[in-house]
Design a protein around this ligand. Sequence first.
Ligand SMILES: NC(=O)c1ccc[n+]([C@@H]2O[C@H](COP(=O)([O-])OP(=O)(O)OC[C@H]3O[C@@H](n4cnc5c(N)ncnc54)[C@H](OP(=O)(O)O)[C@@H]3O)[C@@H](O)[C@H]2O)c1
Length: 315
Amino acid sequence: MARTVVLITGCSSGIGLHLAVRLASDPSQSFKVYATMRDLKTQGQLWEAARAQGCPQDSLEMLQLDVRDSKSVADAQACVTEGRVDILVCNAGQGLLGPLEALGEDAVGSVLDVNVAGTVRMLQAFLPEMKRRGSGRVLVTGSMGGLMGLPFNDVYCASKFALEGLCESLAVLLPPFGVHSVSLIECGPVHTPFMQKVLGGPGGMLDRTDTRTRLLFHQYLQHNKEIFREAAQRPEEVVEVFLTALRAAKPALRYFTTERFLPLQQMRLDNPSGSSYVAAMHRNVFPKEPSETEAGTGTSGVGDPELGDPLAAPQ
Ligand SMILES: NC(=O)c1ccc[n+]([C@@H]2O[C@H](COP(=O)([O-])OP(=O)(O)OC[C@H]3O[C@@H](n4cnc5c(N)ncnc54)[C@H](OP(=O)(O)O)[C@@H]3O)[C@@H](O)[C@H]2O)c1
């Protein structure tokens, strides 16, 4: 029986790496996985994990694919010897964290390019063939940050919100083409190197912002560290939700890897004006507003060691 051909972006580490290895080592031996990454020099960790899981040699192949570059996408597509991709997983993503005014223009452009335009490039390359064939499915790594705004994750959330609109719009169109679905796998915090790779480091150029904002950023990092400690999932756990989606006879648009953030999501739906969510999230993250004296004025106080804490990951 022909194997199911899967192509995944962003497999050098984290969720992409775990998903690639999980599928390539599946006891059914029914998957052929093309694990792609933008720089093949970073493939060592994936090979190591594949060896440790006993992946059969021909179940896993690595390809260079940078989602910012259409030629790189086309070159990778041409290397798929089966001539088709049954399951496309758009997983590559970049984080950006800090006060809006402290974010560099290049970093903002890069996150939007990778997270939004990169996903569009992948879909433009692979969807037409699925539509022609009348079969295929697409999974996109979504985020709770695509369903609710999170302070200091403004641009990251904007990029993940964009994916919601992109996928929901396609999901409405695709049923008559036999393409089963576009499904978003909505992740909360996950233990991966995501934060270590945040562009420009957590915070950006903090000397560009005022003292009150820096104090609030500090509070946010503390809050997020706690959320991460309490709620972050292992990538192995998250990957099982991808498997549920890709095995579903009638896949849904959204799968949630955790139920923890659903009450907040429900609050957004129950009060579409946004007032309840904004007030609740503000209370949650900033239970104690910095006093006038603490906040002061000007831009002094840069360089708090807490601002570099890698555990304070966005969701
Ligand atoms: N970890 C979390 O808490 C969390 C929560 C919600 C959603 N997510 C989402 O999960 C997805 C995977 O992230 P992760 O947590 O597994 O972190 P990760 O380990 O940093 O994985 C991100 C992957 O994307 C790749 N990537 C970045 N720019 C790329 C480009 N231009 N072309 C191709 N690949 C590129 C990275 O490659 P390099 O190694 O070359 O940078 C890396 O392989 C992302 O979409 C992220 O937004 C993560």
